[in-house]
Design a protein around this ligand. Structure first.
Ligand code: SF4
Ligand code: SF4
Length: 208
C-alpha cells in the first residue's frame, strides 16, 4: 500500500484570489496573441500526400477499374463500411466488382482498405469534405468512388515509398504503373513482397 502525503498549502495557495488573478492574467495575455482560428471553409485545410481523406477507387489508363473484387479491403474494414459484389469480365484473368459501395457515414478514414489491397486499387484521397442531404446519398457507389490514377498519383507514390521499405524486389516506376502496372497480375516477386498486404506485412521483419 502506498500512502500519499497530503501537500501542505501555503497561505497564498489557500486564498483563492491570487489564483483567480493568475488565471485572468493568462486570459488577458491570450487576448492579444496572434489568433490561430482558421476561417474554414473560406480558408481550406492544407492538403498533402499524407492527408488521409476518403478512400477512392483507382481507374487505370485503359479505363478499367484496378479493383479485382478480391474482397480483402472489405474484410479488413473495421467499420464494415465496404460492400462488394464481384463479377467476371471478358478480359483474361481479371475480375471486377459489379457493385462496390462505401458507406461514408461508417468510414473512419483508417486506411486499412488501402493497406490491405494487393492491386493498388484503393487509396486514401485528399477529399475531406463530406456533406449531403440524406444518409442514402452518403453511401458512395462505384461511380462516385472512381478516380483516374493520375489524380491519385501523389498518394500512390507516397504509399509506394512507405511500402518499398519492405520490398526485396525493385518496384516498377510510377509511369509504368500508370500504363498498366496498377492492374498487373501479381508476379511472384511483387505479389509476395507487397508490404501493404496484412499477411506480407506480418511476415516481414520490423525495420526497427
Ligand atoms: S478507410 Fe477504414 S473505415 Fe474507411 S472504408 Fe477503408 S477500411 Fe473501412
Ligand atoms: S482489396 Fe483492392 S482489389 Fe481487392 S476488392 Fe478491395 S479494392 Fe478491390
Amino acid at each position: 500500500m502506498v500512502i500519499v502525503k497530503r501537500k501542505e498549502l501555503s497561505l497564498l495557495e489557500r486564498l483563492y484570489v491570487p489564483e483567480i488573478a493568475r488565471g485572468l492574467s493568462i486570459t488577458f495575455r491570450k487576448m492579444f496573441e496572434k489568433k490561430i482560428t482558421r476561417q474554414y471553409p473560406e480558408e481550406p485545410l492544407p492538403k498533402t500526400e499524407v492527408t488521409r481523406g476518403q478512400p477512392r477507387l483507382v481507374v487505370k489508363d485503359d479505363g478499367n477499374i484496378a479493383c479485382v473484387s478480391c474482397g480483402l479491403c472489405e474484410a479488413a474494414c473495421p467499420a464494415y463500411a465496404i460492400t462488394i459484389d464481384g463479377g467476371e469480365t471478358d478480359r483474361p484473368i481479371e475480375r471486377e466488382p459489379k457493385r462496390f459501395d462505401i458507406d461514408m457515414l461508417r468510414c473512419i478514414l483508417c486506411g486499412f482498405c488501402e493497406e490491405a489491397c494487393p492491386k493498388d486499387a484503393i487509396f486514401m484521397s485528399d477529399e475531406l469534405e463530406l456533406a449531403d442531404y440524406s444518409r442514402e446519398m452518403l453511401v458512395y457507389d462505384m461511380e462516385k468512388l472512381k478516380r483516374p490514377a493520375a489524380a491519385m498519383r501523389k498518394r500512390i507514390e507516397y504509399v509506394h515509398k512507405i511500402n518499398d521499405r519492405w520490398r526485396s524486389a525493385p518496384r516498377p516506376p510510377m509511369l509504368a504503373d500508370q500504363h498498366g502496372a496498377h492492374g498487373h497480375a501479381p508476379s511472384a516477386s511483387t505479389a509476395g513482397s507487397h508490404a501493404s498486404s496484412p499477411t506480407a506485412a506480418a511476415q516481414k521483419p520490423h525495420a526497427g
